[in-house]
Design a binder for this molecule. Structure first.
Ligand code: C2O
Length: 520
């Protein structure tokens, strides 16, 4: 039975998750009730989204003017800046229920994350173009993944968002003004790295979340979310970090999903996330769009540049060319980034040998690994609470053949090994984060992430107005096939996984219910 997510009924806005006091206007205009089906206007010129640190003066003037005009629209116009911000708030704070369901609609933390934001930016950009009466207008992208060292730097807050009044948001973190480099693993506490280390960690995070840890569609896009499902089944790799980390690092309005759309940099940040979808697909292998009809046929509604309510499908957003836009070519050096060997990263930590006894040091490390207990997969009533300190568990690698029969169309080569952290629960209203390391039992919050043992990260951005007692639940899935190969432990029967709580939310209680390995 097909069950794609349907657009909500806009007349039924519930303010349940929206705080009374600060009252962001999360409800969208509900008239007209009937949406028109999206039709691409093939006569639109091909628009090129450019890197925001490379814009020329004329483009900057135009960009600022577009937001000036958007900000000047009356608040009740669905194209106004405040209404545009509300769109994000509404679909993040669950202002609507799913159609014919009592489940709250949430477009983050699932396979809807990429396509929903693509459509959101599409209409936002079309409205800005309309303000300028210029169909060639395209949203610049904030190229934070680019760790180039020449000026103007791509990985700081671009000057355009500081020097142009309509593009400024005064709530951003004062300590993150240029030349402070963006921290793509930020979780509310300065990492204290020098610029060279910061660049290396950023590059390795990018490589991990787009290349080695995201070899399949579900690892990249996040988990399936269908009509009637409870929301937020689990985010994809890039959504977890760098996406979330850049929100927190920018700070202020950006640091909370309920208010993020109030900062013009949000749309440029997401243009980069959107660009990375194209880059990921260009990397080959199984890195392709999801083919499940419940993804392709999922539908959303947005107000367009004429304030008409339009219904769109995920399947119509998989090609940016079809939507008549493309991205300026910029280097993506993290694609080929190689992390530093562990022995250089952390003096005194011993590498672990894969097969038998390679050296006394490796033997010692192997026996250390053997002593670690197995937490095991999720069973009723079992949980572990992480707060402040690292947690280690041995994890058995299951027989690959058991999964092969389920995935007949996928070659042995292509079957990906996935580390699954089950039943992750964090308080919704707090920043929290943990990093995941493989066969590095003594990893701690000082451990560099620019090492082969780093496998991925989980970061939570607080939700405005979600009070204490509300938990965000998710399953964390990380592709580890390449990693085990890189570590030389492809043939071992079990590995040791270390979860390291980090950053400002280091002491926040994070619950996990199981750890296992699967193939997909
Ligand atoms: Cu809708 Cu960057 O979050």
């Amino acid at each position: 039975m097909a069950s794609p997510i349907q657009p909500p009924d806009l007349t039924q806005c519930q303010k349940a998750d929206v705080p009374g006091g600060s009252s962001p206007k999360c409800c969208l205009p509900s008239d007209p009730v009937k949406a028109t089906d999206f039709q691409i206007d093939a006569s639109l010129p091909m628009r090129v989204r450019m890197a925001s640190h490379l814009l020329d003066a004329a483009y900057i003037t135009k960009y600022n003017r577009a937001y000036e005009l958007m900000r000047a629209l009356p608040d009740d116009d669905p194209r106004s800046f405040s209404q545009q911000a509300s769109v994000h708030c509404a679909f993040c704070q669950s202002a609507y229920l799913q159609k014919n369901s009592n489940e709250k609609l949430q477009i983050h933390f699932s396979w809807l994350f990429y396509p929903w934001h693509r459509w959101y930016l599409y209409f936002h950009e079309r409205i800005l173009a309309k303000m300028l009466n210029d169909d060639t207008f395209a949203l610049p992208f904030w190229n934070w993944d680019n760790q180039a060292i020449f000026s103007p730097l791509p990985n700081v807050i671009p000057a355009v968002f500081i020097e142009n009044p309509a593009l400024v948001d005064n709530t951003r973190a004062p300590s993150h003004q240029p030349p402070t480099l963006v921290d793509l693993t930020y979780s509310g506490k300065p990492g204290g790295l020098d610029p060279e280390q910061q660049r290396a960690e950023n590059n390795n995070l990018m490589h991990q979340e787009l290349v080695s840890g995201a070899k399949t569609p579900s690892l990249f896009f996040g988990q399936a979310y269908r009509a009637g499902d409870a929301n937020a089944p689990g985010p994809g790799s890039v959504e977890r970090a760098p996406h979330t980390a850049v929100h927190l690092w920018t700070g202020g309005d950006m640091g909370n999903f309920g208010t993020a759309g109030r900062d013009p940099i949000f749309y440029s940040h997401h243009a980069n996330v959107d660009r990375l979808w194209n880059v990921w697909k260009s990397l080959g292998g199984r890195r392709k769009d999801i083919t499940d009809p419940d993804w392709l046929n999922a539908e959303f509604v947005f107000y367009d540049e004429n304030a008409t309510l339009i219904k769109v499908k995920v399947g119509d957003a998989v090609s940016t060319e079809k939507l008549r836009y493309t991205y300026q070519n910029v280097p993506n050096p993290w694609i080929t980034h190689i992390s530093s060997p562990l022995s250089i990263s952390i003096a005194g930590t011993k590498p672990v040998s894969s097969n038998g006894v390679a050296s006394p040091a490796a033997a010692e490390a192997t026996s250390l690994l053997e002593e670690i207990e197995e937490f095991g997969e999720e069973v009723e009533g079992k949980f572990k609470q992480l707060a402040g300190s690292a947690f280690q568990s041995k994890v058995k690698r299951p027989v690959k053949d058991l999964f092969k029969t389920l995935k007949k169309q996928i070659t042995d080569e292509e079957l990906e090994e996935v580390l699954v952290i089950q039943g992750v629960e964090v308080p919704s209203d707090k920043i929290s984060k943990f990093d995941v390391f493989i066969n590095l039992p003594d990893a701690n919050d000082k451990t560099s992430i620019n090492i082969p043992e780093f496998a991925g990260t989980f970061v939570n951005v607080p939700h405005l107005g979600m009070g204490p007692g509300m938990n965000r639940k998710a399953t964390l899935r990380i592709g580890i096939g390449d990693k085990l190969e890189q570590l030389g432990i492809k043939d071992v029967s079990s590995i040791v996984v270390t979860l390291v709580p980090k950053g400002q939310g280091k002491d926040v209680p994070i619950v996990i219910k199981g750890i296992k390995i699967e193939y997909e």
